[in-house]
Design a protein around this ligand. Sequence first.
Ligand SMILES: Cc1ncc(COP(=O)(O)O)c(C=O)c1O
Length: 404
Amino acid sequence: MSSLTGAVSPRAAAPDDAIRPTWASVDLAAIEHNVEEVSRAVAPAGVLGVVKADAYGHGAVPVARAMDRAGIAGFCVSLVEEGIELRQAGIRKPIVVLGGVYGRLGSSEPSGAHRGVIEHELSPVVFDLAQVRAFAAAGGSLGRSPVDVHLKVDTGMGRLGVRVSELDPFLDALDQLGGVRVAGLMTHLASADCEDDRQSAGQLAVFDDVLARVLSRGHEPDVVHAANSAAALRYPDARFDLVRAGLALYGIAPVGAPRATTAGLRPAMGLRTEVAALRTIAEGEPVGYAATFVARRRTRVATIPLGYADGCSRSLGNRGVALVAGALVPFCGNVSMDMAALDVTDVSHVAVGDEVVLLGAQQGPAGSGRIRAEDVAARWGTIPYEVLTSVSRRVPRVYLRSET
Ligand SMILES: Cc1ncc(COP(=O)(O)O)c(C=O)c1O
């Protein structure tokens, strides 16, 4: 198993190692609070906390423990090794492996992934017969038959899942094979965070029919789930037994979710650094690679030790903003691998060592403000998920428990 977990655990930078003053704060009290908020909004459905991709960059183990304390029903990961990492950290609640990739199929010996799933009691998502056969065989050879699986049906996402038109032959073959139990039935909505809800309505109608067909064939899934954060908060009909929430638990309001369900969410991640160098350049002088910024006035430039290798996208060159002394200031020039530059001309008394906030709140002599992942995403031309998951492993995570 060590090779599986080793794959996801090159040691992240630890706060004690950090010489550079660049760090990500993760507010675990905010995560616990968000679990409570979302749980209240979707009750009586339960909440699975989606902690794939290192809990969207927040750190899978501390975040899963916080969610566990707050009463989460279970977890979703993408990869088997992510599930094993949680088990090895002592997480005992159900863990659904969403990604559906379990390594080599067709061998007579269980692969490391199949063995890992079964021995660590993870709940694999399956959507093709090769997976079903492999789990049935692995369960048999490990004396753990039947293996509980979650069956994923493609109701319109067009990515993973048994096609609805192939559901009956798929179930015929699964029933004939034996060795697995359909413990969960699931689908995924493609457009839950789009204004137009016709695709979601269509997918939910198809899924209702799928559920009826699966039940009528004598399968008795313990749980049915379809909703991500947006669908969970927006569509009561999508909640079924469990919702799979990621974004909202990290404190970000999904697009389209009613304000009443998101007003109380608290962003958990902050990204902070300090001014590393200051210079005053004359009108006409350039800043950074390719001289994409040329001063139009005498300009005070603050260099910060954070760049695209830390998750501050190059797309933010001349477009991003940061908070210094509580004031919003613009990026100037291209973002480098390890550095970026800010135009602080309009903020008086900026000094080397002053705090700079890229994500999160700041109060200072020049005012107060907050930069949200949604704001960064809009400037970057992406979605908040990418902003959060891009904060790289060399940025130490510092876990806070602020209550406000
Ligand atoms: C299958 C599945 N369910 C749920 C989620 C959680 O989505 P969200 O973070 O929007 O709540 C994801 C995330 O991408 C997913 O892939």
